[in-house]
Design a binder for this molecule. Structure first.
Ligand code: C5P
Length: 218
């Protein structure tokens, strides 16, 4: 049976990592919607657009093609930007451009079109509330700021990205605030979403918990 799964939650909660593993296990496709907002931010930055101008940022999307290849690499107008969009600067800019309703309208429409065929796992902030309000299963993944900062800092160290723990922690708090206080589709748990606190769980335990939820949903 084909259906869609929505995974929402704050930054660095592990949504994409978990969504990728689940997609592989279930034979679903994975769509990382955060990567799309990150591409928008990178494209606007490269075009030297005034990032305070929502209309100008949205216009950039008119000549920007965002794709994912079979290995999950993120392509911006054909160029692999998988690494470039993960910088801390682009994380903060993505949070900024994602607050513009014009940008959201454009990317939400694209996400809905992609997921129309069912059999998708989408992760983001507004999947259960806006993009796929009819998703069969909705998970809202949360974790303490400390747990998320610990994970993100470890990831940066492994990737050789130099950033202090305090800056990682502060940026997570700042993005949490921006993402949940914007007026356009703020980060919010859908009424029918199941909340999963992953603070004390490892990746295998989170995957097992979601597999259990799917089993119970039948
Ligand atoms: O999930 P990720 O951290 O890659 O998302 C980058 C930014 O894009 C988030 O901080 C958030 O502001 C925005 N975003 C969004 N809606 C989504 C996915 C991401 O607003 N569905």
């Amino acid at each position: 049976m084909r259906f869609n799964i929505a995974i929402d939650g704050p930054s660095a909660a592990g949504k994409s990592t978990i969504a990728k593993i689940l997609a592989k296990t279930l034979g679903f496709a994975h769509l990382d919607t955060g990567a799309m907002y990150r591409c928008c931010a990178l494209a606007a930055q490269r075009c030297k657009i005034d990032l305070e101008d929502g209309d100008a940022v949205a216009k950039v999307l008119g000549h920007t093609k965002i794709d994912f290849d079979a290995s999950g690499n993120v392509l911006l107008n054909g160029e692999d930007v998988s690494m470039a969009i993960r910088s801390n600067e682009i994380s903060m800019l993505a949070s900024k451009v994602s607050a513009y309703p014009q940008v959201r309208r454009n990317l939400v429409a694209l996400q809905q079109k992609i997921a129309a065929g069912q059999g998708y796992i989408l992760d983001g902030r507004d999947i259960g509330t806006v993009v796929l309000p009819d998703a069969a299963v909705k998970i809202f993944m949360v974790a303490s700021v400390k747990a998320r900062a610990d994970r993100r800092y470890k990831e940066y160290v492994e990737k050789g990205i130099s950033m202090s723990y305090k800056d990682v922690y502060d940026d997570i708090e700042k993005r949490d605030y921006q993402d949940s206080h914007r007026s356009a589709s703020p980060l919010k748990k859908a009424d029918d979403a199941i909340e999963l606190d992953t603070s004390a769980l490892n990746i295998e335990e989170v995957v097992a918990a979601i597999m259990q939820i799917l089993k119970e949903k039948g």
